[in-house]
Write a new protein. Structure first.
Lengths: 276, 317
């Protein structure tokens, strides 16, 4: 059963100290993610989706509760939990190749203590980098700087950088949020294909209902903040591989879509309304 | 004090030069213009009227670039000439000064004893002092700025000291320098060191503090070593700020060296100004003012060129 529970989030709460006092961001978060599962976190802005993802990434520490990854407490960020940031966060002074290489070098350039794998030589590291860029279809842009490529390409480099590290978990914080609808759809399809091929475990933050239904095995819906918690978890049992065109008029798909919209706009209608 | 924007006083001038060059070959531009238009669509005859209109040069743009600076310069010389006439030539006229400058620059590197050397030597001596003092300040200030920006403890420790010492005129440190180093030259270098360390230190520290959190998150997630963080993230991210600090520091140093040399004597452009005042040679003083201005302009321009070469596109979120 332990393989089913890959990430465990137990009674996690997170508060922030602000000038106005203590702000409770998250409370009573309990969630397990199985190996190879694709989970999306959805909710209104400000509900703490990204906070939860940062907790899993280890970028912040919870105020209460515990987070486990592969039965080990998450004590800080690590390359086994790669993050794709919302604004791609590529280093503008490095080429796409160098951006990806930076992570590859760190993970495979030194002998691994946990798996006992020996350190790889430069040619092997460069081959890994090339392979990652090829996977996202950016071989031609490898020697370009991020400033010279489009937003969608930058985001793909970000995904390549994360995948090249062969992470156990891929954490994505609204990875396609800043892109136009067509580019977003293309990258979603690519992501579906890559995830199916690499059998990655993915936790993704999104505010796009279609994106959540199309990509996820489960959709975790968060209530409105402050002190947000998990309101509902929806299992999406659509067969894979999924095709967005075929799903567009599938009753099952529309049913899931309706369930998420119902949660977001009826039961968790916007904060200002409930506060009034 | 802190800015990553580079305004170049020479940018407009170089632009005008580029435009002039273009303007001197109107035939070549016209020829290439018509060639490119004819090549893709040789059969379309109706396209010829706009093609004929296109090579017409934008003279108005050229006038706007060239005329105002020339008028500004003309205004300066005009006021100078009026002042010269109204003071009965106790301030020499522009033409007199020009003749003197031609004589002076025909032999800038002569040596007739320690207090009578060519203007070239004076400028070079001043530049040497600035280079040494500034180099020492960079060697201390930039690493210190990194440390202060990176570690909050050090920042809190040194910020009050910096706030206290920074507003002090660098010349106030000259007596301390004279006392400690017991020599005019090291004291002048010490003054340059003090005045140029602050902009570099503060800009570097602020640059480190302003490294986008995204980049630091990348460093955390990739689990980069401190060495990789410094070389791959901090240093490139801070470079534009640092170079702004360098530019401000060199500008200040060039301002201060003139004053410092007036006080310490020896050989140097500041001393030269003071010496010529004692000789009541006003023409040479005016020439010195132009020399100081032009050298400062060249330093500034060179550093802006360096800075723009190392400024990268910021991440747009």
């Amino acid at each position: 059963m332990s393989s089913l529970k890959y990430i465990e989030i137990q009674n996690v709460a997170q508060t922030f100290k602000t000038k106005k006092g203590v702000f409770p961001a998250l409370r009573d978060i309990n969630l397990t993610v199985a190996k190879g599962e694709f989970v999306t976190l959805i909710g209104h802005s400000g509900c703490g989706k990204s906070t939860l993802l940062n907790l899993i990434a280890g970028l912040t520490m919870p105020t209460a509760g515990a987070l486990l990854c592969a039965n080990r407490e998450i004590a800080g960020p690590g390359p086994e939990r790669a993050v794709v940031f919302q604004n791609h966060s590529l280093l503008p002074w490095l080429t796409c190749f160098e951006n990806v290489y930076l992570g590859v070098e760190r993970v495979f350039g030194a002998a691994s203590k946990s798996t006992g794998a020996p350190s790889e030589n430069k040619a092997q590291l460069m081959a890994r980098t090339d392979a990652a860029l090829a996977m996202v279809g950016l071989t031609a842009a490898a020697q370009k700087r991020p400033g010279e490529i489009s937003g969608g390409m930058k985001q793909r480099v970000g995904i390549a950088r994360a995948l090249a590290m062969e992470p156990k978990v891929l954490l994505m914080d609204e990875p396609f949020g800043a892109l136009d609808a067509l580019t977003r759809a293309k990258l979603q399809d690519e992501l579906l294909e890559i995830v199916a091929r690499t059998q990655s475990t993915v936790v993704m933050v999104t505010h796009d209902v279609d994106e959540a239904v199309l990509l996820s095995d489960r959709i975790v819906m968060l209530t409105n903040g402050p002190a947000a918690t998990i309101g509902e978890v929806l299992s999406v049992d659509l067969p894979r591989p999924r095709n967005r065109v075929a799903l567009a008029d599938s009753a099952q798909y529309l049913g899931y879509r309706k369930a998420v919209i119902d949660f977001l706009y009826t039961r968790q209608a916007h904060v200002e309304k409930t506060a009034a | 004090m802190v800015s990553a924007v580079f305004h170049s006083p020479l940018a407009a001038a170089s632009e005008s030069i580029a435009m002039k060059k273009e303007a001197t070959h109107p035939d070549s531009t016209r020829a290439s213009g018509s060639k490119t238009l004819d090549a893709p669509a040789p059969t379309v005859t109706s396209a010829t009227p706009p093609a004929a209109a296109r090579p017409a040069y934008d003279w108005r743009g050229l006038v706007m670039v060239v005329l105002p600076p020339l008028l500004g310069l003309g205004l300066l010389i005009g006021i100078w000439a009026i002042v010269s006439i109204s003071t009965a030539s106790s301030i020499p006229s522009p033409w007199e000064t020009w003749k003197q400058a031609v004589v002076l620059f025909s032999d800038p590197f002569y040596r007739k004893g320690p207090n009578d050397q060519g203007v070239g030597w004076n400028v070079l001596m001043s530049l040497e002092r600035v280079a040494v003092g500034f180099g020492l300040a960079a060697a201390v200030g930039i690493p210190a700025g990194f440390a202060i920006g990176r570690f909050e403890f050090l920042g809190r420790m040194f910020n009050p000291l910096i706030s206290l010492l920074r507003p002090v005129s660098p010349l106030a440190w000259l007596p301390i320098g004279l006392m400690v180093f017991k020599g005019a030259n090291p004291a002048a270098i010490w003054t340059i060191f003090i005045c140029s360390i602050w902009p570099m230190l503060i800009n570097t520290a602020v640059g480190v503090q302003r490294v986008p959190q995204d980049y630091m998150n990348v460093a955390k997630v990739l689990n980069l070593s401190e060495w990789k963080i410094v070389t791959k993230i901090l240093f490139p991210a801070v470079l534009p700020y640092m170079l702004t600090g360098v530019r401000l520091a060199v500008g200040t140093a060039w301002l201060v060296i003139v004053a410092a040399e007036m006080l310490t004597g020896g050989v140097g452009i500041g001393f030269w100004v003071w010496d010529e005042w004692n000789n009541l040679n006003v023409k040479n003083i005016i020439i010195a003012i132009f020399v100081i201005g032009i050298v400062g302009l060249i330093l500034e321009y060179a550093l802006i060129k360096v800075a723009t070469a190392f400024t990268f596109e910021e991440v747009k979120s």
